[in-house]
Design a protein around this ligand. Structure first.
Ligand code: PLP
Ligand code: LYS
Length: 431
């Protein structure tokens, strides 16, 4: 069992997070409950900001909000002076409503609708990351119509096949994201930006995938992009002012995961950029990264109440909890592995091998497969660790199950940041 951030075991043998006893949290807010360790999120933001610096290189850390987004996290990210990556109108709307400075917002998406692009232009986002030539045409049309100019990056695909789950690789040559740097048309496409009077190309964006553990892939991606910058300079006379290298920094979910040394990886990326650009004589660009998961994953835990324990004829022993794939689809979707604890029995020895299953009408509704835990009984509190990223943001109402509440905890205080959905919320839009 690995504890993160402010997690501790208190003298009652209960899991404490942000100075709050988890059993008290569930008494106050019920289960399932997403709990976010605010201090830990802030520390993670600072770890990125403090290590992504190198003399002579301008840098920016952008939080990829798809990992976890609500009004409270937008405010926190702004206080920590990170920028924000949004990928849809809904994410943009949340950011704007939170008061996040629009000029620090990066708008992504491989198929932004006209409505979303208009929102981005009207709200004054700092950069739009253009994915393809249809989008450039649409953007030019909207800029004319709204009498706006916009600075953009072009998303390119550097063709790096980073080792991670197939569904979260984004940079294979047949990926849906961006335009390949190897495509015959890429330089013509860049020339179109150069001719545009409304859309100003500042540089390039790439993202090689998510939950990546090998530093080598980040460095490979960086080198490929610098080569590309040189080619673009030679072919089009275009000077890359900005280079956004995306996110993807892997985190610990289970003993199988060995995260990279972040400090070494980040500093290494910047050093490579500085060295290589000076070697080939191209301008050092401003460099951005977009971590999502690594900012929030380990700062989150989901607390559930155990309903039943079932020993099957087939030999598998189940713990049934009052949530499941609706609040965490990652196990069902990617075969993700999670660690879990019995939050009210933290000092008890492991006794049994269990599979934690949810309450959805779906056999694949598993949260954790084969985990050693102390003897579990009805009404125990089960905590699934490291659920801060891609859980709340990927949650659903399958089986018309309401989404859990989200609380931020810090210094012994809990702050409700998203209310629990009710059955009334579920039918709200039904006609
Ligand atoms: C464009 C882009 N930026 C950033 C991220 C964040 O990735 P991660 O959460 O792995 O850091 C993603 C997701 O993979 C992405 O698609
Ligand atoms: N949703 C994925 C990550 C996707 C990253 C976005 N391109 C996950 O849960 O691991």
């Amino acid at each position: 069992m690995r504890l993160f951030g402010t997690m501790e075991i208190n003298n009652k043998g209960h899991l404490e997070i942000g100075g709050c006893d988890s059993t008290n949290l569930v008494k106050e807010y019920q289960t399932p409950l997403y709990v976010i360790d605010e201090k830990h999120v802030r520390e993670n933001c600072r770890e990125f900001k403090d290590n992504f610096i190198l003399e002579g290189v301008e840098t920016e850390v952008i939080y990829a909000s798809k990992a976890f987004l609500n009004i409270a996290i937008c405010k926190l990210i702004n206080e920590e002076k990170l920028s924000l990556d949004v990928v849809s109108g809904g994410e943009l709307y949340t950011a704007i409503k939170s008061g996040f400075p629009a000029e620090k917002i990066y708008m992504h998406g491989n198929n932004k609708t006209e409505y979303e692009l208009r929102m981005a232009l009207e709200s004054g986002v700092g950069r739009i990351i253009v994915d393809n030539s249809n989008e450039l045409e649409l953007l030019e049309y909207l800029c004319e119509k709204l009498d706006k100019n916009i600075d953009v990056l072009l998303r390119v695909n550097p063709g790096i096949e980073a080792h991670t789950h197939e569904y979260i690789q984004t940079s294979k040559n047949d990926s849906k994201f961006g335009e390949s740097i190897f495509s015959n048309d890429i330089f013509n496409f860049i020339r179109k930006f150069q001719l545009s009077s409304r859309v100003s190309l500042k540089g390039f964006h790439c993202h090689i995938g998510s939950q990546i553990f090998e530093e080598n892939f980040f460095h490979q991606g960086t080198l490929v992009m610098i080569d590309f910058m040189e080619k673009v300079k030679d072919e089009c006379g275009f000077i890359t002012e900005e280079l956004n290298l995306g996110g993807g920094f892997g985190v610990y979910y289970s003993h199988e995961d060995e995260p990279i040394n972040l400090e070494a990886c980040l500093k290494g990326m910047l050093q490579l950029i500085k060295d290589k650009t000076s070697e080939i004589g191209v301008k050092v660009p401003k460099v951005m990264i977009e971590p999502g998961r690594a900012i929030v994953a380990n700062s989150g835990i989901t607390l559930y109440e155990v309903g039943g324990i079932k020993n099957t004829f087939g030999g598998r022993d189940y713990i049934f909890v009052d949530g499941g794939m609706t609040d965490n689809p990652r196990t069902a979707l990617y075969g993700a592995k999670y660690d879990a604890v019995v939050a009210n029995k933290m000092n008890q020895e492991n006794e049994n091998l269990y599979t934690v299953a949810g309450k959805c009408c779906e056999s694949g509704d598993i949260l954790v497969k084969d985990i050693e835990l102390p003897k579990v009984e009805r009404r125990d509190i089960l905590g699934v660790m490291s659920t801060g990223a891609y859980n709340y943001s990927m949650s659903s109402n399958y089986n018309r199950i309401p989404r859990p509440a989200v609380v931020f905890v810090k210094d012994g205080e809990a702050k409700l940041t998203v209310k629990r959905e009710t059955y009334e919320d579920i039918i709200r839009n039904d006609l």
